[in-house]
Design a protein around this ligand. Sequence first.
Ligand SMILES: *Cc1c(COP(=O)(O)O)cnc(C)c1O
Ligand SMILES: [Zn+2]
Length: 417
Amino acid sequence: MNKENTDRILGYKCIGCDEEYPVEPFQYQCPKCKSNLDVQYNYKLIREIWSVEDLKQFPYQSLWRYHPLLPVENPPDNLSMQSGGTPLISFPNLLTDIGKINLYIKDDTRNPSGSLKDRATEVGIRHADELGKDTIVAASTGNAAASLAALAAFYEKKAVILAPASAPPAKLTQILQYGAILYPVDGTYDDAFDLSILVAEANGWYSRSTGINPVLAEGKKTVGLEIAEQLNWQVPNKIFVPTGDGCIIAGIYKGFLDLVRLGWISKLPQLIAVQAEGSPAIVNALNSGKPMVPVQSNTIADSISVDQPRDAEKAIIAVQKTKGFGITVTDDEILVAQSRLARNTGVFAEPAAAASFAGFLKAMKRGTIHAGDSIVILASGTGLKDIPAAQEKIDIPKAQPATLEGFLTFYNENKKK
Ligand SMILES: *Cc1c(COP(=O)(O)O)cnc(C)c1O
Ligand SMILES: [Zn+2]
């Protein structure tokens, strides 16, 4: 084992009471106050052992190119699965109602299981491996479960998923295809979450639960590191982030902070938390200046439908420290944005992921975007996972005669649209 690899990681710090803990024994949350923990690095050492030049030499586009900033000793042996390393699609000098802007779509629909969750799972599985754990458990109905099931299949780990029995069959299908053990809980998502903690403890399994595991946000931060590298260390003005529990936006903040601490960038982008109007707990807290109050969530954007965001505290800090803001969008605005995004950019995003584009369109109307700005929209998951939602704004045409005349009539009617 390379000593530099372990010395990079100093330990964990509680975001509630500031208490610090060593790397070992690994603990999910602060034993004193039950708040979430944040991984602490020795940036002075990292600056000595790693440079932009080293990064350029790294042969893989996978997120493991940022290994010196990740809380595991070594990358996996086999880097060919490529989680992360997704394209930053650019629309330079795009003419909009407010003038020209530089628009970028960070296309994380292109991860192995189709969502940004693969970044967290990669690092989580590697961490589990270094702790000598073979079985990993998660409570989820959606992308986190599919991601764990997929990457567990690749890394030869056992995935155990606890999901409410009422979850949509399409989502459960992806989990089962990858060969995970699915335990359908007769209860709500919160029941499944609480049970997953008990199950992990009772069996000594590793928990891939965003709400409690500090290692997962470190995986998610790699999307921020990539955006900075892809923009050649020119920080964008704003990044629109679809927000549920708040782990992604907190991770992106951490990623940019890491780069400031390394001296590779000198300022932070404004982080914009976009939530559904039917699931607005974090945006409510941002707008009121008061602590987060749980809501009864209800939105078509299931991946950001959360009653009680489990990383709210970190998410709120991320927005406030970067002088960003929170914005909510209606389900209709999300569905309209979903089809506009697909038509105008070629990126088919699921409703939660299209929420960031909807938030951008709304912010532009409100005058919070300015000519010359560079804007990144985070597309966090693929639309192929939720076809029924996408069909809300689509009419599949009925069968037409197999004649040239029939075709031309149809074509002339439809080309106007
Ligand atoms: C999980 C998820 C989100 C929200 O991430 P949080 O960390 O819960 O804020 C957004 N989009 C997609 C596609 C997701 O799967
Ligand atoms: Zn604490």
